[in-house]
Write a protein that binds this ligand. Structure first.
Ligand SMILES: Cc1cc2nc3c(=O)[nH]c(=O)nc-3n(C[C@H](O)[C@H](O)[C@H](O)COP(=O)(O)OP(=O)(O)OC[C@H]3O[C@@H](n4cnc5c(N)ncnc54)[C@H](O)[C@@H]3O)c2cc1C
Length: 443
């Protein structure tokens, strides 16, 4: 498809921008969602422009931890995860009160049995370059300022500024919003966040800690408390090994409205003060400041498609409400959006193409709708009120079967069709949840 003439809109609502650049698909944002979408589009022969406001490599506030689902997406993209710089994990270590348990990643038929960690400083750079190597036209230092639309309100491209602030326009009949939690493009197209859904926040910091940096397990603490109190913080803390002498340490919280907000920095300080001195998680070993950001979870923005615009990753609120993980979800949604856009471009402009694009939210809903609905309910009823501590009680922590079931529920790791008892239990429970309606907006 590359090299064919993209369709042009004749009646854009904006003017006064520089010369147009055209493509078949524009992807806004080169985080995991955008780079994955651009990669899969380019591999399918679609002429795709990937616009990113930063220059790589750049920092991104994250825990840098990848579960087997996320690793699976990297493998699907052919990223060389055996190259230096990737740190493998065998599983998770959960700590709650006196309990401390190791849970290896399960040996499933549909996912790898290891996780990874890699700083987003490198990770996003690798992914963006991977998309460019597959044929995506990557433009960094280009900040998208808003959508271009035709008289019917359908997106026809985006307006942007380059680093020298000169105005630019980019045109394409399909645009993918992968601009992260700010979701500016979605908002400009009228897609608001669901006000009912609470937003979690998370903070992280790197520490020089040779003792913990080569660990084989991603460590999760479920017994963090509100600062100056013995009330459990609704969330968890993590210590993820980076394999280069550093660890990524952070905590995420989803306090219920009745708790008010939580001071994450103070909670982090109190928690780390109770870790052994030899781990080195002290101010003098900190590298850089504590940084925090929002976690848009559980499909908190809909519809995921409207008038030529598809939302992927954090812009569509796709972080898992079960565990706060969003990198693998962003990459998987990027692949699904790319498939929809590629198929849509093979159709003539009009109702047939529209029907294909409307299939994108339907497919995302089929994959995660029920699982996220159950997770949103669990977050509302349990995690946001009392955190993970009541769930990880002594019965669960003392039973390998219950532990593995809980771990696989939280990380969405099952085979389908079911192959073992845990698959049967979890897939069966999710099937019982009524499927939420995939919404799309008609004009
Ligand atoms: C503290 C913290 C810890 C986390 N830990 C984990 C973890 O360990 N594992 C995990 O799986 N998930 C984790 N997450 C969630 C994860 O970081 C996100 O879900 C993931 O980054 C989403 O990817 P994305 O591509 O949708 O968005 P982003 O990664 O935010 O990428 C968006 C991109 O768009 C660009 N952009 C934004 N606006 C514009 C614009 N106007 N024009 C052009 N470009 C633009 C940005 O520069 C950025 O490159 C964590 C989140 C936080 C806050």
């Amino acid at each position: 498809m590359r090299g064919t003439t993209p369709e042009r809109s004749t009646s854009d609502t904006r003017s006064g921008h520089g010369p147009d650049e055209e493509a078949q698909v524009i992807v806004v944002g080169a985080g995991p969602a955008g780079s994955a979408a651009a990669f899969h589009l380019a591999r399918a022969g679609v002429d795709v422009l990937l616009l990113e406001k930063s220059q790589f490599p750049r920092e991104k506030v994250c825990g840098d931890g990848l579960t087997p689902r996320a690793v699976h997406q990297l493998i699907r993209m052919g990223v060389d995860i055996n190259a230096p710089g990737w740190t493998r994990s065998r599983g998770m270590r959960w700590i709650a009160g006196k309990h401390r348990v190791h849970i290896d990643w399960p040996a499933l038929g549909q996912h790898p049995d290891f996780g990874l960690s890699r700083s987003r400083h490198d990770f996003d750079d690798i992914l963006a370059r991977h998309a460019a190597a597959a044929g995506a036209r990557l433009r960094t230092g280009v900040k998208v300022t808003g959508p271009l639309t035709d008289r019917t309100g359908r997106i026809t491209g985006v307006a942007a500024t380059a680093e020298a602030k000169e105005p630019l326009t980019f045109r394409a009949p399909i645009v993918i919003a992968a601009d992260g939690a700010s979701a500016r493009l979605a908002l400009a197209m009228g897609l608001q966040r669901d006000p009912v859904r609470q937003i979690a926040t998370a903070a992280r910091r790197y520490y020089h800690s040779p003792e913990r940096s080569a660990e084989e397990y991603l460590e999760l603490w479920a017994d963090l408390t509100f600062p100056g109190s013995d009330r459990f913080l609704p969330g968890y803390g993590w210590i993820f090994p980076m394999g280069d002498g550093r660890v990524n340490v952070g905590l995420g919280a989803l306090p219920h409205r009745r708790h008010g907000t939580a001071d994450l920095r103070a909670a982090l300080d109190e928690w780390l003060a109770r870790t052994p001195q030899s781990w080195g998680l002290r101010e003098e070993n900190a590298q850089g400041p504590v940084r925090s950001a929002a976690l848009p979870m559980g499909f908190n923005r809909h519809p995921l498609y409207t008038r030529g615009l598809l939302l992927v990753g954090d812009s569509g609120g796709m972080i898992s409400p079960w565990n706060g993980e969003g990198i693998g979800q962003a990459m998987e949604a990027g692949e699904v959006a790319a498939e929809s856009a590629t198929l849509a471009l093979a159709m003539p402009r009009g109702p047939r193409r529209e029907r294909v694009l409307r299939g994108y939210p339907v497919e995302m809903n089929r994959r995660w709708g029920r699982y996220y609905r159950l997770g949103n309910t669990a977050a509302d009823l349990v995690f946001s009120r009392s955190g993970f501590q009541p769930v990880l009680n002594r019965y669960v922590m003392g039973s390998p079967f219950l532990l593995n079931t809980m771990a696989r529920l939280l990380t969405n790791l099952t085979d389908k069709p079911s192959r073992d008892l845990i698959d049967h239990l979890l897939n069966g429970a999710v099937r019982l949840v009524p499927e939420p309606k995939a919404r799309h907006r008609r004009r």
